[in-house]
Design a protein around this ligand. Structure first.
Ligand code: 1PZ
Length: 211
């Protein structure tokens, strides 16, 4: 994986994560997150507490995927079935399975909603739009509801360190502003679809509140 971020690659990995029959491949789902981590790292050290958390969650899922039961972790659907059938998920409070695949993926899933809301704001923003406001509005509508006060404060501080809209667009490495906006328009429905498929699966299995 190259060090420089490209929005195009994020789009490609999320596209690869969807199978024809609407299964979500964990391998590509976490590869998409890995790309986003490299993007965050290029924005500066203030974000390292965020990217560390994402990296550790990617690692947990990667370990399952490459472990002896890896074949059950190929898709989000097979993981949910396998872990539930075998009582491998702490359902109401953290106990003997504090780092199940289901609860770990749920954290990334919630963050994916943040990403979707943020990118949509970025896509439709005007030249004087403030990335910090777009980020925090998206955050308050999504992830913030799942974070305690201390984390919300720390995240608020990090948002203030965000570069402006121009820099953001440049770091995405996808050409001029018009091209970035077009690519965002292409990526967002994909991200939204992956999100919705996961959301439906988690709703169906009552997994949205996993500790
Ligand atoms: C480009 C700007 C980046 C803004 C990122 C906005 C989201 C802020 C998320 C803050 C996470 C704070 C650190 C750790 C939090 C964890 O406690 C939680 C719950 O996990 P648990 O403790 O239950 O194991 N972790 C999360 O909620 C996952 C957070 C993922 C954040 C993804 C950011 C994606 C950035 C993409 C860049 C374009």
């Amino acid at each position: 994986m190259a060090d420089t971020f490209s929005l195009q690659r994020v789009l490609e990995t999320f596209r690869s994560s969807l199978s024809e029959n609407k299964k979500v491949y964990i391998k590509y789902y976490i590869a998409g997150w890995q790309e986003l981590v490299s993007f965050m790292n290029s924005l500066g050290n203030v974000f390292s507490f965020i990217s560390k958390d994402v990296v550790s969650k990617i690692q947990i899922l990667e370990n399952f995927l490459s472990g002896e039961n890896g074949s059950y972790y190929v898709t989000i659907q097979s993981m949910v079935k396998y872990e539930l059938d075998n009582d491998l998920v702490d359902l109401t409070k953290r106990g003997s399975h504090p780092e199940s695949g289901c609860r770990t993926l749920l954290r990334l899933h919630r963050a994916l909603l943040w990403l979707e809301l943020f990118l949509e704001r970025l896509r439709t923003s005007t030249e004087d739009g403030k990335t910090s406001v777009m980020c925090s509005d998206a955050y308050n509508e999504s992830l913030a509801q799942h974070h305690p006060w201390l984390i919300r404060k720390a995240v608020g501080v990090a948002f203030c360190a965000l570069p402006g809209r121009d820099t953001f667009f440049n770091v995405m490495n996808a050409g001029d502003h018009t091209q970035v906006v077009a690519l965002l328009g292409e990526s967002l429905p994909l991200i939204a679809e992956v999100y919705q498929i996961t959301e439906d699966l988690y709703v169906k299995n009552h997994l949205l509140e996993l500790p």
